[in-house]
Design a protein around this ligand. Structure first.
Ligand code: IPE
Ligand code: IPE
Ligand code: MG
Length: 264
């Protein structure tokens, strides 16, 4: 059976090798079934500020460390064989933070988007964005649009950066587009609302990870996560590693998803 998994994974990615990569080997050692991975993992990358404060650093330094974590987690998720990774980089509510932190974060995300594009493209990553684009500073918006355009035909992991993202705002925007299209009230269904969200072709997340211990959604993917499994770790985002990613996946595989039904 393990051989079958290997063949499957690699016939999609490289087409000719049957060797497992190091992340897959570590996963198997933890008892993870590579055939039953969550297709879509969403992450609330929290705790950068607290991580920095604890060390006497400026908050922005925590965000820089968080960027390094993201780079390695994207690679790990991709190597593991996860199809969709969506991360919360800046919420619609994060504008409430001090001006210098907001400016620093925008700059950091822009630099990251530019610096990582080549590597992501080489790794067959497809980049997407979720959030209200109009309020994103022009430089960052352009960098994101360039990333989306460059990688749109890639067939590896779909990596979605949630920037200026709010779950309620996303639902409001979906309702607005339904009204603009003159859809009659009796035709409104859950599926139709889903089809009007920012990335209608992405599957809903199966697993949502939150770092740094808070037990809340903070307005992230609130429509899509109705039945997604939650995994909260005390580890702050700058310290999160592929080890914790695998722990989350392993926990996910031990859960029984019921979707409201009775499951024996
Ligand atoms: C998450 O870390 C990153 C963003 C919200 C941009 P925080 O900055 O929220 O870190 P804490 O919660 O203050 O520790
Ligand atoms: C959620 O974290 C937003 C991001 C991780 C980008 P916050 O730190 O903003 O959430 P709250 O304020 O603790 O709810
Ligand atoms: Mg926080």
């Amino acid at each position: 059976m393990r051989q079958g998994i290997t063949d499957n994974h690699h016939s999609e990615s490289t087409g000719n090798t049957t060797a497992l990569n190091s992340v897959q080997k570590a996963a198997i050692e933890l008892g993870i079934n590579l055939e039953a991975l969550p297709s879509h993992i969403a992450i609330i990358m929290d705790g950068n500020g607290r991580w920095a404060k604890k060390r006497g650093f400026a908050r922005l330094l925590g965000h820089r460390e968080g960027y390094k974590t993201l780079r390695s987690i994207l690679l790990a998720a991709s190597e593991l064989g996860v199809k969709y990774l969506t991360v919360y980089a800046f919420s619609a509510e994060n504008w409430r933070r001090p001006e210098d932190e907001v400016a620093g974060l925008m700059k950091l995300i822009e630099t990251a988007a530019r610096d990582e594009l080549r590597a992501m493209h080489q790794n067959n990553v497809r980049v997407c964005v979720a959030g209200r684009k109009e309020q994103i500073p022009l430089g960052l918006r352009k960098a994101l649009e360039h990333g989306i355009e460059t990688t749109k035909d890639n067939t590896g992991i779909t990596f979605t950066l949630a920037v200026n993202y709010g779950g309620r705002a996303e639902i409001v925007d979906a309702v607005k587009s339904l009204i603009t299209e003159n859809v009659p009230a009796e035709q409104i269904t859950e599926d139709l609302i889903s089809q009007h969200l920012y990335n209608p072709n992405h599957p809903e997340p199966d697993l949502m990870i939150r770092t740094a211990g808070e037990m809340r959604w903070s307005n992230f993917l609130i429509w899509q996560s109705a039945y997604c499994e939650l995994f909260v770790t005390e580890v702050p985002w700058p310290e999160f590693s592929s080890k914790q990613l695998l722990e989350a996946v392993s926990t996910f595989q031990q859960r029984t998803r019921k979707f409201g039904a009775v499951v024996e």
